[in-house]
Design a protein around this ligand. Structure first.
Ligand code: ADP
Length: 302
């Protein structure tokens, strides 16, 4: 089974003709609510890939006792995720992200309110579904002490998306089996500047950041697998027409966890994840085009 310990948010997507400046009021065209949070997006991706009778997907997290919390639980359950360990937290709002998106350019601004995600405790992460999972999937949108406790409680493979990027305590870094940054997160973790890098520069940074397997996601270029003692491997995605890449990295991680939990080796699991994430870019939002396993297999290179 796969257990995700992480965030659940309600995204408020506001379309504007032009992003507001400081102190300015602009009139938006529409506001749409969408389920979000890196943790919940990853769980939804893994849930959609789960096949009948195979290992389940469990979510450990916190939402508020508010309508937004109810909507997040319902959305995850609809993606076939067990939400019995998502607690409703009195006195805290469900986490939210308010995102004005500029028409035409797609440029955005993001204001995140962690709300109940900040109340997820190390005790919450010590549950049986974390201890027993074949794969535990973590991100950094809940307190670091909780993420670390989840990694330490796990007996299976630990996969970490280091987002938003921040220094990893040794107790966490030492227990991670697979680190999955995008290029920007890798550069931040390595203390390097922004900007495009060649594959060999990326490999060097990946080896600096952690002694474990590192899978660097590279958008339309696919993903780079860096193992400590082996040649790096670049896995390109199948050709797709991307319309919205929001949450592509989260779909990648959910799919990677699904494949690893099924016993697939890392290079083949990355091939599966690259394909699933490519499909996820063909529809709107983070969860608008999450594939099932048959759709991924149909596009897998032979
Ligand atoms: P993030 O969403 O965290 O910024 P990336 O942009 O690196 O992460 O995307 C994650 C994965 O999604 C990539 O490794 C790739 O498999 C897939 N992907 C993203 N953008 C595209 C695209 N334009 N075409 C095909 N696949 C894509």
């Amino acid at each position: 089974s796969v257990t995700v310990v992480g965030s659940l948010n309600e995204d408020v997507l506001v379309s504007v003709a032009r992003l507001p400046g400081r102190g300015e009021t602009v009139i938006g065209r529409s506001a749409v609510l969408a389920p979000g949070g890196k943790g919940a997006n990853q769980a939804a991706a893994a849930g959609m890939l789960a096949e009948r009778g195979a290992g389940a997907v469990h979510m450990v997290g916190r939402v508020g006792e508010d309508p937004a919390g109810h909507r997040q639980l319902a959305a995850l359950a609809a993606s076939r995720v067990d939400v019995s360990r998502v607690h409703r937290t009195p006195g805290a709002p469900t986490g939210s992200a308010t995102i004005p998106v500029e028409d035409g350019t797609g440029e955005n601004l993001i204001v995140v309110v962690p709300g109940a995600n900040a109340a997820l405790t190390p005790e919450d992460a010590g549950v049986g579904s974390v201890r027993r999972a074949a794969v535990v999937l973590l991100q950094l949108e809940t307190p670091m002490a909780t993420v670390t406790a989840a990694a330490r409680a796990a007996t299976g493979t630990v996969v970490l998306t280091p987002a938003p990027p921040q220094p990893l305590p040794a107790a966490l870094r030492d227990r991670v089996d697979v680190l999955v940054p995008n290029e920007h997160e890798l550069a931040q973790l390595a203390g390097a500047g922004p900007g495009e890098r060649t594959p060999s520069e990326l490999v060097r940074l990946a080896r600096v950041v952690a002694p474990c397997a590192v899978v660097v996601t590279l958008g339309a270029r696919g993903a780079l697998v860096v193992l400590p003692e082996e040649h790096p491997l670049l896995q390109a995605p199948p050709p797709v027409t991307a319309v919205d890449t929001t949450g592509a990295g989260d779909c990648f991680c959910g799919a990677l966890a699904h494949a690893l939990a099924a016993g697939t080796d890392l290079p083949a699991a990355v091939r599966f994840a690259v394909t699933a994430a490519a499909i996820s870019t063909t529809g709107p939002g983070a969860r608008g085009a999450l594939p099932d396993a048959a759709a991924v297999r149909a596009l897998l290179p032979r």
